[in-house]
Write a protein that binds this ligand. Structure first.
Ligand code: ZN
Length: 99
């Protein structure tokens, strides 16, 4: 058995510039159909509006006599954790330059 010493390191969280882009989607809970993938350059407000327009169109035009009235909205985007100081490599990560 090995002994390890642990300590707390402050970390911040923020948008990940290399992570998943901000995306708002809506899914009809009646049939599972999903709103189109938004364009990243639409911005959050534009994406919310587009998803809500899709819900209204889906309920009123695509299924005017049906009961497609319930939706689940999802918002996805990447987050990045940044330690306030170097925390070293994980035990299962090879050191750079030393394969
Ligand atoms: Zn539907």
């Amino acid at each position: 058995m090995t002994r390890s010493t642990y300590r707390f390191v402050d970390m911040t969280i923020g948008p990940d510039p290399h992570g998943a882009p901000y995306a708002v989607r809506a899914i009809c809970t009646t049939c599972g159909e999903q709103s189109p993938q938004p364009e990243p350059d639409q911005g959050p407000t534009g994406q919310h509006s587009q998803a809500q327009r899709w819900c209204r169109t889906h309920a009123a035009i695509d299924h005017p006599g049906g009961r497609h009235l319930h939706y689940t909205a999802t918002v996805t985007f990447g987050w990045l954790i940044t330690p306030a100081e170097d925390i070293g490599l994980a035990a299962d990560e090879p050191a750079l330059g030393h394969p």
